[in-house]
Design a protein around this ligand. Structure first.
Ligand SMILES: C[S@@+](CC[C@H](N)C(=O)[O-])C[C@H]1O[C@@H](n2cnc3c(N)ncnc32)[C@H](O)[C@@H]1O
Length: 436
């Protein structure tokens, strides 16, 4: 192959991303950051990537130990910023207790409504208008139960925080800026946008960094929005260190190298795909942190296929399982069964052959003999086959629904739910292979 053609093919693979540095909102945003004490530490360029959407590309090599970003204290939105805003605090009844996320979200709603009058105007303009997060689209009716339960929980939390905030403000009080009432400024749609912004973009800070607060909190004050840092996407292979420097800046140092002209990732933490989907609206292929959650009834149902009487003699054992938190997060994963799934199956199949003391001894000494392991394996293979059938059905059902959706992020959210389940199917194959 000639050199020119080889180069062209190589470039085709790397150069699919779109340079966003001349995007008007981003230009104003960077200018505002610079005016307020921020400076670019590397030749970074905000770009649109084919697989991950908007993120940060580096035009030079970045090495272990390099600082990626340093966001000045003045540009961080913390509860201290919220506390200091008299415009905002005058609406709220300070005898109430709030959560950090609730206050940051409400503050963002208020700042967005101030438009050009807000110090954060250019930051707010740089934020996405919609999110490919299932709770943002109220997807809970169109997806399998295990997903809709999680989405409903998230929606419920968001709703409750909104309702509670609304009850804690003087709704009739007029805003000095626009003369509208507080009740009309803090509408649910704006709150939902702000809540999803905080949920998918806030970083953890030490509670001490928040300063003196006017508010009483229901949690520890440990979240902040960090403009520009929140343009970095996540990868499991990225390793970073976060620290608040002596001048109060929020600094991220990379513990992995980044090649010239590649995307610079940070790490949001060790999340399963379900968690990534619910909180951030994306999933990772072959995610090492991924697991397929199992419900206790589904384990019992599969066990009954070989041991039909299993539940009849089991009240003591079920109590034992519940009281020892063994029901916590049973799952299938790339290495087989999680510890709790293993133990639940073992207890279920042993209830007719052993007394509780012997079972307990085996569970806590992890002393399963070949016969035990063979019996557990038989149930595990049934569980895997059942899950495969169930998940295959969900994929078909979701693929048939896709046509009715129109908006970009809504479609993306729908496609991600299909990809999540397809990833589960591939985990099942790997999980099964550990038993052969
Ligand atoms: C902190 S923001 C990162 C910047 C964001 N992409 C933007 O355009 O502003 C987090 C959001 O970025 C997206 N994201 C982050 N990492 C991703 C990844 N590896 N693949 C796909 N989307 C990702 C998700 O939409 C997530 O909710």
């Amino acid at each position: 192959m000639g050199r020119t053609r080889r180069t062209r093919i190589k470039n085709k693979n790397v150069a699919r991303d779109l340079n966003l540095s001349s995007d008007r909102d981003l230009v104003y945003f960077m200018q505002w950051m610079t005016r307020n004490g921020w400076s670019q530490l590397h030749k970074f360029q905000v770009s649109e990537f084919k697989n991950t959407g908007r993120g940060v590309l580096t035009k030079e090599s970045v090495h272990v130990g390099d600082s990626l970003v340093k966001i000045p204290k003045k540009l961080l939105i913390t509860l201290n910023s919220v506390s200091q805003s008299e415009h905002f605090t005058k609406f709220t009844d300070l005898s109430n207790r709030f959560s950090t996320q609730q206050l940051l979200a409400a503050f963002l709603v208020f700042q967005r409504h101030l438009a050009e009058k807000s110090f954060w105007y250019h930051y707010i303009n740089s934020l996405p208008k919609t999110f490919p997060i299932p709770a943002f689209y109220n997807f809970s009716n169109d997806v399998p139960d295990f997903l809709s339960e999680e989405i409903s929980k998230m929606l419920k939390k968001m709703r409750e925080q909104y309702e509670h905030f609304l009850q804690s403000i003087n709704k009739r009080l007029k805003c000095d800026h626009c003369n509208n009432s507080a009740g009309s400024i803090f509408d649910f749609e704006s709150f939902k946008w702000a809540w999803c912004t905080v949920n998918s973009r806030a970083v953890y800070i030490s509670p001490d960094c928040g300063g003196n607060l006017k508010f009483q909190l229901t949690d520890s004050n440990c979240l902040a929005l960090a403009p520009y840092l929140d343009l970095f996407n996540h990868s499991n292979s990225a390793k970073v260190k976060a620290a608040v420097t002596s001048d109060g800046s929020y600094e991220i140092t990379t513990l992995t190298d980044c090649k010239k002209f590649s995307q610079v990732f940070i790490n949001y933490g060790q999340h399963s795909n379900l968690n990534l989907y619910l909180q951030y609206g994306f999933i990772l292929e072959s995610n090492i942190n991924d697991v397929i959650p199992l419900s206790f009834p589904s384990i019992v149902q599969c066990t009954k296929k070989i041991y039909p009487n299993v539940l009849n003699s089991m009240n003591t054992y079920v109590n034992y399982i519940s009281s020892h938190s063994l029901l916590k997060n049973p799952s299938l994963n790339l290495d087989g069964l999680s510890w709790s799934a293993n133990v639940i199956i073992f207890i279920l199949i042993s209830s007719n052959r052993m007394n509780l003391k012997s079972i307990e001894f085996k569970v806590y000494s992890d002393d399963f003999d070949d016969e035990d392991l063979q019996l557990i394996k038989e149930i595990a293979l049934i569980l895997i086959e059942d899950k495969r059938t169930e998940l295959g059905g969900f994929v078909n059902q979701l693929e048939n629904q896709g046509g009715a959706l129109s908006s970009g992020d809504q479609l993306l959210c729908h496609q991600t739910s299909i990809n999540l389940i397809k990833e589960y199917l591939s985990i099942l194959d790997k999980c099964e292979s550990t038993f052969h």
